[in-house]
Ligand binder design. Structure first.
Ligand code: MG
Length: 290
């Protein structure tokens, strides 16, 4: 990892950097770059502009999701074995759905099992998240990675009952995937320069320490560049959009019997070169995992 000196530089693309967002002891929100030894240095400037290290050690009271997304666009059925385990055919084009931006949850903060509008089939989906750094439209596949600010880990938490059951309005996926806390994101943003080929990563999801999903991003049906080409076609992609790129096989829905998330569980999504996104599971309205 390199951190550039505090000098004038092009606004975009940024230099290789691992970035976290945090709340300081006074409640203010900042970004910081992560030095190899683990020290966090506060950044000055906008994440999408020209952030530079401030020279000051970050006063971290809590780590937050790396950004508040402008939009969350999600690709379904993007790994062949996952498409097979759900019984869905391999799609001709990427399957797009959305989560509301307010569904974002911070690292180590709880996934809330909905109780007011109750779900009894809440599932995990470990995924590679792509952050768009520059507002763009009609981006070719060859140039697609140039609009990427960086990458993070995500959990596309899904209430399968609200996602799938016709009597619950299922069929569209927005309701079942947009409950509060259903989009954990983090623990950091790794700049695109540090990951020149996003199809070379390995991803695993652990439920209570047991690996339940494990795949390489090379197994994606539609690689990141093809997804960006598709999503930006005749459609403006705004800076700050987060794209969830689909989940591999091994979701709880496909287990026999299905294994739904329960109070007290811990889900970890790990992508090498990025880190581990860890979230406990509690019920909406409760204060602790116990
Ligand atoms: Mg998903």
């Amino acid at each position: 990892m390199k951190v550039r000196a505090k000098v004038a530089a092009p606004a975009f693309p940024q230099p290789p950097m691992k970035i976290v967002r945090y709340r300081d002891s006074l409640g203010a929100i900042h970004h910081a770059c992560v030095h190899p030894a683990g020290r966090l240095e506060r950044l000055e400037g906008d994440l999408f502009g020209d952030p530079v290290p401030s020279g000051q050690t970050a006063d971290v009271a809590g780590i937050l999701a790396p950004l508040d997304p402008r939009a969350i666009l999600c690709i379904g059925l993007n790994y062949r074995r996952h498409a097979a385990e759900t019984g869905a055919p391999i799609p001709e084009h990427p399957v797009l759905f959305m989560k509301v931006p307010g569904a974002v949850q911070h690292p180590d903060a709880p996934i809330l099992l909905p109780t007011t509008l109750a779900s009894h089939q809440v599932d995990y989906e470990g995924e590679l998240a792509v952050v768009i750094g520059r507002t763009c439209r009609n981006v070719s596949r060859a140039e697609a990675l140039e609009v990427v600010l960086g990458y993070s880990c995500a959990n596309d938490v899904s209430a399968r009952d609200w996602q799938k059951q016709q009597r619950l309005g299922g069929g569209q996926w927005c309701r079942g995937k947009s409950f509060d806390s259903f989009c954990p994101l983090g623990p950091c943003l790794v700049s695109a320069d540090e990951i020149p080929d996003p199809q070379t990563l390995s991803l695993r999801t652990r439920l209570n320490g047991v690996t339940v999903q494990e795949a390489g991003t090379a197994d994606m049906i539609f690689p990141v560049a093809a997804i960006i080409e598709f999503l930006s076609a005749s459609t403006t992609l705004q800076a700050g959009t987060v794209i969830l790129t689909g989940t591999p096989s091994g979701v709880g829905m496909a287990a026999d019997p299905p294994r739904w998330l329960r109070r007290g569980d811990t889900v970890e999504v790990e992508i090498d070169a990025i880190g581990v996104l860890r979230n406990p599971v509690i019920e909406e309205g409760s204060d602790s995992p116990d």
